[in-house]
Design a binder for this molecule. Structure first.
Ligand code: GLC
Length: 554
């Protein structure tokens, strides 16, 4: 592949750049069937490219044929594009059109499991012989219960509720699934599975893809003997065990090494593993070079100064010795942060929260991942159970609670008017109640909008090496409501101040050696114009959810 023309960064884009997650069903519908599609993404690339937000890559949530029981994460054919999103040619056009604007393409690879509609599983479940017989985790029952029911071979649970084992009468065996019954787990210890997956990876790379997100990647390998997990106290079946044998196996890093060897045949290709159920230390342990791993310290922190400081500290302690973190505040599995963070503090002005959160996302150390719509301060939309498009919500066993992810996957509002510029037809999922005001067109015209804030901040980040690559140091004063940290590269120091309290708060600007003062580079709410100078020794007063970015003047 030729290098991506016009890209802002070279092979280190995965470290210096910003990645934008598109949930294809909800981004833009070009043909009026109510479902977002690839042509719709192409139509809106200018929102993402250098004349818009200026992101460096887009990550597409799964675009493959799928029965859609788990929002596309139940894949029936990893090598093709679901016709609902467009043709194969349209995908190639998307890659070319994105590259033309300097935007790279990251695909979501779901390699831990397939849909039960995948040809591999259809043959595997039919008989114990055949080419895919051992491609899934099949076991005989431990015994037959009094009522004639097969007893599972171990205690492994499904994250979506109940036992992880399902009886298949045709084979007379049970298969394992961490997620839904319709998402059988692949047996990565079978050489044929690895070979087939890596062939698929090569196929997408040959089509110009620049990187991959690996869905629940630390689940790929299980202990070869499938022993029962130790148990502990917990709320639901999943939490009531220590997941020693169904994930994070010692030979897993070597598997990722083999995967990376394929990507590394050419420079500048990235991957990011979705850590399932683990902390920053586990995430950092699986990170190396341009293979990143999501950690959830920030996404799980409440919106208070002590919680955000603790999350930053946890990340900094874990991601050391050259390991590079990611920064994520929202994705397709979690409540949107404009809703979530405001809920944790009961704040009235959620847009102020969204603006301050944008500062955190784009200035803390790591590669930021933006989730579509967060640049508008989009909130969760309340979806009635009969309108839900997220079947796992209803699959929990009694006593286990899970929220409906439909709320954070609603269509992107582009403009006022019917269909909000998302679709000329009936959207597959309800639009939010605030789309007449909260949409791209309206926010572009307002310099104080969340979107304008994102655009300014992204431009600042792109022009500021310390925000891309700098080391991070939390200010030693941990007492007040202002979270303060510096980012440093040789010759440049940036100071970020975020007031996460409910009242105004003052910050005293101290001097470092050889520094004459501070220049205001960005503020979420300040009357002071960017560029104004603040002297050493002066105090800055920040209102609730106000954030500023300052640069030391030599
Ligand atoms: C990942 C996906 C989630 C999906 C699950 C099972 O966590 O992000 O959406 O339900 O994997 O595939």
């Amino acid at each position: 592949m030729p290098p991506v023309e016009g890209a802002r960064f070279g092979d280190d884009w995965w470290q210096r750049g910003v990645i934008y997650q598109v949930y294809p069903r909800s981004f833009a519908d070009s043909d009026g069937d109510g479902v977002g599609d690839l042509a719709g993404i192409i139509d809106h690339l200018d929102h993402l490219g250098p004349d818009g937000l200026g992101v460096d890559a887009i990550w597409l949530s799964p675009i493959y044929p799928s029965p859609g029981l788990d929002g596309g994460y139940d894949v029936a054919d990893h090598d093709r594009v679901d016709p609902v999103f467009g043709s194969e040619a349209m995908f190639d056009r998307l890659v070319a059109e994105a590259h033309r604007r300097g935007i790279r393409i990251v695909l979501d690879l779901v390699m831990n499991h397939t849909s039960d509609a995948h040809e591999w599983f259809e043959t595997s479940r039919a008989s114990r012989d055949g080419p895919h017989a051992d491609w899934y985790l099949w076991r005989d029952p431990a015994s037959i219960g009094d009522g004639g029911q097969p007893v599972p071979p171990n205690n492994w649970a499904s994250f979506f509720g109940g036992s992880g084992w399902e009886w298949e009468p045709r084979r007379g065996q049970l298969y394992f699934h961490t997620f839904m019954v319709e998402q059988p787990e692949l047996n990565w210890r079978h050489p044929g599975v690895e070979e087939a997956q890596f062939r698929m990876v090569r196929g997408w790379l040959a089509r110009g893809v620049d990187g991959f997100r690996l869905d629940v990647f630390n689940l790929f390998l299980k202990h070869p003997d499938l022993p029962s997990n130790p148990t502990r106290a917990g709320r639901g079946p999943w939490d009531r065990q220590v997941h020693l044998y169904d994930r994070d196996q010692p030979d897993f890093p070597a598997l990722i090494g083999r995967f990376r060897a394929i990507l590394d045949e050419e420079p500048g290709r990235m991957s990011v593993g979705e850590l399932f159920d683990g902390n920053a230390e586990t995430a950092a342990g699986l990170t190396s070079g341009s293979h990143l791993v999501f950690d959830w310290a920030l996404i799980e922190a409440s919106w208070t100064a002590p919680a955000i400081r603790a999350a930053i500290e946890e990340r900094e302690a874990a991601f050391r010795e050259g390991r590079w973190p990611t920064v994520v505040l929202s994705n397709h599995d979690r409540p949107r942060h404009a809703s979530r963070l405001a809920d944790t503090v009961g704040a009235g002005d959620t847009d102020a929260v969204a603006r301050a959160a944008a500062v955190l996302l784009l200035t803390v150390r790591g590669t930021p991942f933006l989730y579509y719509g967060e640049e508008l301060g989009m909130r969760d939309v309340s979806i009635a159970p009969e309108e839900s498009v997220d079947p796992p919500t209803f699959r929990f066993s009694p006593g286990t609670q899970w929220w409906d992810r439909s709320a954070c996957r609603t269509p992107m509002p582009w403009a006022p008017g019917p269909g909000s510029g998302f679709s000329n037809g009936r959207p597959w999922l309800r639009l939010g109640p605030d789309v007449e005001e909260r949409n791209v067109e309206v926010q572009l015209a307002d310099p104080q909008s969340v979107l304008s804030t994102y655009r300014r901040l992204l431009a600042l980040r792109a022009a500021t090496p310390a925000l891309q690559l700098g080391s991070l140091r939390l200010d030693p004063d941990r007492s007040g409501d202002i979270v303060a940290y510096t980012r440093d590269v040789p010759g440049q120091r940036i100071l970020v101040l975020l007031n996460l309290g409910r009242a105004d708060s003052d910050w005293h600007l101290s001097a470092t050696e050889g520094q004459s003062g501070w220049r205001l580079r960005f503020g979420t709410a300040r009357a002071a114009a960017p560029g104004s100078v603040v002297a050493n020794g002066a105090s800055l007063s920040l209102g609730p959810n106000e954030a500023v970015v300052l640069e030391a003047i030599g």
